[in-house]
Design a protein around this ligand. Structure first.
Ligand code: KG4
Ligand code: ZN
Length: 365
């Protein structure tokens, strides 16, 4: 008999409180029956970054609301869920704890299995939810908190081919915007400013391109930008619109160059074993950047690899990816019990050394 599974997912590892219901019948494509994301941007705006304690309290207040909305929109009650999935890490510990406690309460109260999900696995499995991509595929996670290449061979089989050793690119975009007096989040405003800019006017470094492998570094770009900006201010007493545009364009081009070249190397490693239908997938807010997206698509095309970028609402933090990852784990016969722990750090690839640094949005795992 073909079995239909319906899973409620919860996500609260950063600054979005999210709940979603995902359903799959047999091997048909999974369907998102609801996906609710309650943001907290206004609570953190005055502080220039996410404040963990404020985030944790807001999650505790909003989780119930998000779950209620997700169940109502799906039109299916908790009693008909097959499992409750929840992000159990990595992330800001207060928020993760709020989600795990809420999920334990729901699962116990309704007598449902509990499935703990690694937030990065949620992102990494999204191409299977959106495009039914077969294993193995290469995933580039590129957001405000993450930047890593993952070779995805199975629902619990991830090999990290490389990642940032300091800032995530989104974080660098946000800092760049702050230094140039542009609005937050920085990615979109730097991208808009860069449209009118000359990327060649200022010399930006291309960090770690001279080093073998797929590791990346973005904090030097921000330092370079700070120096260039201060020099202009010292010389002319301020920045013109042209200066801002040229600095934005130069910075953005440097990020795109680094990501494109490192993606080429990660793809070469991925293609070292024969793959019938090779795929490069991206996730994370930075994947919204037109230049970066175009450069990644070009590299994939040159190497004979399909390029998949899920819709932005599924690239950024959401609970549909958690519900879907929970569904895959549950279908594979896996679940957790009430000892499920909230983990601030939780590397997907247990064999790789952990990455350095901890971004504004918590541990990079
Ligand atoms: O995935 P996301 O919504 O949240 C996490 O970081 O988990 O990513 C947000 C990041 C922010 O740093 C934002 O500045 C960046 O993605 N971003 C962009 C663009 N849109 C959002 N970066 C570059 N270009 C964009 N168009
Ligand atoms: Zn994320």
């Amino acid at each position: 008999m073909v079995k239909t599974l319906t899973v409620l997912g919860l996500e609260s590892s950063c600054d979005d409180t999210a709940a979603a219901v995902v359903q799959q019948t047999g091997s048909e494509p999974a369907r998102i029956l609801s996906s609710v994301v309650l943001g907290q941007a206004e609570l953190h705006a005055a502080f220039g970054g996410v404040v963990p304690e404020i985030a944790a309290r807001a999650h505790a207040e909003k989780l119930d609301i998000a779950v209620r909305q997700a169940l109502d929109l799906a039109g299916i009650g908790l009693a008909r869920m097959d499992a409750v999935a929840v992000t159990a890490g990595p992330g800001l510990i207060g928020g993760v704890l709020a989600g795990v406690m809420c999920a334990k309460g729901l699962a116990t109260g309704a007598g449902k299995p509990l499935v703990g999900i690694n937030h990065l696995a949620g992102h990494a499995l999204t191409p299977r939810l959106t495009d039914q991509v077969a294993f193995p595929y290469l995933m580039l996670l590129v957001s405000g908190g993450h930047c890593q290449f993952l070779l995805v061979r199975g629902i619990d089989d991830f090999t990290r081919l490389g990642g940032t050793i300091d800032d995530a690119p989104g974080e660098a975009f946000d800092k760049t915007a702050r230094l140039l007096g542009l609005a937050q989040p920085g990615g979109p405003s730097v991208e808009i400013a860069a449209r009118e800019g000359d990327a060649m006017r200022f010399p930006f470094p291309r960090p770690l391109l001279d080093r073998e492998g797929c590791d990346m570094s973005f904090s030097g770009l921000k330092t370079a930008l700070l120096r260039l900006r201060d020099k202009l201010i010292a010389e002319k007493g301020g920045l013109t619109i042209r200066d801002r545009a040229d600095l934005s364009a130069g910075f953005q081009m440097a990020v795109a160059d680094v990501l494109a070249e490192k993606t080429r190397r990660a793809l070469a490693l991925y293609l070292a074993e024969p793959v019938p239908q090779p795929v490069l997938a991206v996730a994370g807010g930075v994947a919204a950047n037109q230049l970066i997206r175009a450069r990644l698509e070009t590299v994939a095309g040159e190497m004979g690899v399909d390029f998949i970028a899920p819709p932005l609402s599924l690239c950024t933090d959401n609970a549909a990816m958690i519900a879907y990852a929970g569904l895959e784990r549950f279908r594979a016969g896996e679940q957790d019990d009430m000892t499920l722990a909230a983990r601030p750090r939780w590397p997907l690839d247990r064999t790789s050394p952990s990455l350095l640094g901890s971004g504004k949005k918590g541990a990079k795992a």
